[in-house]
Design a protein around this ligand. Structure first.
Ligand SMILES: NC(=O)C1=CN([C@@H]2O[C@H](COP(=O)(O)OP(=O)(O)OC[C@H]3O[C@@H](n4cnc5c(N)ncnc54)[C@H](OP(=O)(O)O)[C@@H]3O)[C@@H](O)[C@H]2O)C=CC1
Ligand SMILES: CC(C)=CCC[C@@H](C)[C@H]1CC[C@H]2C3=C(CC[C@]12C)[C@@]1(C)CCC(=O)[C@@H](C)[C@@H]1CC3
Length: 348
């Protein structure tokens, strides 16, 4: 049997690192490529993984997904090194937050929106954004566009006549339809850039399936739930989260999204790699879940709904609803943007 290859962006920490560890346990002979922006952090992760999995075949690839020149260089290196990639995990991501809206928190706590607030974090965080050296919005460039450009450039080593590639995105239940606008795809004008980038991620995943399933490329989107990582430590300090642990365990009775550890949070990402991609519903987002007994499982949830009446009845579904024609337009928009930028960047 041919050796499988997996590439993970943002593999040096949090969910990406836990995923790397779990893939090595599930598929001991896999070749893992840790695609990270920091050489020292990537090598530290590589050493740590090799200590735990002595026979592991791991390499490091440097890429800053928010910098297109870096993405293009990485794509060239990937095409030189690999004939085929089996699993492409597009996981690197950021959520810069300036503060928590505690008054909204207390208001929601005693309302019907309480469980949903803990599930999605909707309206609780003041999301802030920056600008990259390419002049793009930072969150859009990191969470979506850099990955999109990478995908486009490594297309020749994905899928194929007798082989498949699974593209697996780390999205979020914070994805929100009303935060996204096709005319402002980078989210230059709104106040929810993270929610917009993750909604766009879900759409691009749907559009990729429409376009590339016939070429053996399958795209799946996931949500790891609430997981303690550098991302959440940027919202509240780690000691505060430790104090909250008993409360989060209690909240699990009402919502199975309080995964806490990156290991639990990577459940859906690992599960997908074990499924034949042709059998996976492309219109679902795959959520890592943890029930109140502490058992992990994966819950597929539709990202679209054909029942217009029910859509309006359940506001939650409205927040997610992915329309295939808008998804196609979003794909075309990103495609045009990438083509225009690529012309301006010449690699020496
Ligand atoms: N934690 C949570 O509760 C949730 C997380 N997610 C998503 O999970 C994914 C992983 O996040 P998580 O593990 O929590 O957070 P971490 O901050 O622990 O990990 C993020 C990873 O992405 C890397 N990264 C960030 N920016 C870039 C960049 N420009 N180029 C290359 N790599 C980059 C980081 O590298 P470095 O170490 O160098 O910064 C790090 O390896 C994200 O997409 C996030 O949106 C979704 C839902 C919930
Ligand atoms: C638990 C208590 C008493 C306070 C914490 C309140 C919020 C800071 C917290 C509640 C739900 C969390 C949440 C996220 C961040 C922190 C919360 C808003 C996310 C938005 C983090 C990133 C994601 O992608 C989402 C899936 C998370 C959803 C839940």
């Amino acid at each position: 049997m041919e050796k499988k290859t997996a590439l993970i962006t943002g593999a040096n920490a949090g969910i990406g690192l836990a995923l790397a560890d779990r893939l090595l346990t599930e598929f001991p002979s896999i070749h893992l490529c840790l695609a990270c922006r920091s050489k020292s952090k990537a090598e530290e992760a590589q050493t740590m993984l090799k200590e735990k999995h002595e026979e592991a075949d791991i390499c490091v690839l440097l890429v800053d997904v928010s910098n297109l020149e870096s993405v293009y260089r990485a794509a060239e290196a990937i095409k030189k090194q690999y004939k085929h990639i089996d699993y492409l995990y597009l996981n690197a991501g950021i959520m810069p937050v300036s503060s928590v809206d505690w008054s909204h928190f207390w208001q929601c706590l005693f309302s019907s929106k309480c469980v949903d607030m803990f599930r999605t974090g909707d309206g609780l965080l003041k999301q802030v954004d920056g600008v990259t050296t390419d002049g793009m919005k930072q969150i859009f460039a990191t969470n979506l566009f850099g990955h999109f450009a990478l995908l486009k450039k490594v297309n020749s080593v994905l899928g194929g006549a007798n082989r498949t590639t699974q593209v697996i995105w780390t999205s979020s239940s914070n994805a929100k339809k009303s935060a996204f606008m096709l005319s402002d795809i980078q989210h230059q004008h709104g106040s929810e850039p993270y929610s917009s980038s993750k909604y766009a991620t879900d759409m691009i995943s749907v559009a990729l399936n429409e376009r590339f399933n016939q070429q053996g490329i399958y795209s799946h989107t996931t949500c790891p739930g609430l997981v303690m990582t550098n991302l959440t430590y940027g919202i509240l300090p780690s000691w505060f989260w430790t104090l909250l642990l008993p409360l989060l365990i209690l909240i699990r009775i009402f919502t199975p999204t309080m995964n806490y550890s990156p290991y639990n949070g990577s459940e859906a990402l690992v599960w997908l790699a074990k499924q034949p991609p042709q059998g996976i519903d492309p219109m679902c987002k795959y959520h890592s879940r943890l029930n109140w007994l502490g058992n992990r499982y994966v819950e597929p949830k539709k990202v679209n709904s054909n029942f217009i009446f029910l859509n309006y009845l359940f506001e939650i579904q409205l927040q997610l609803d992915v329309d295939i024609s808008i998804a196609q337009k979003a794909y075309e928009e990103l495609d045009k943007m990438e083509t225009a930028i690529h012309k301006g960047i010449k690699l020496s």
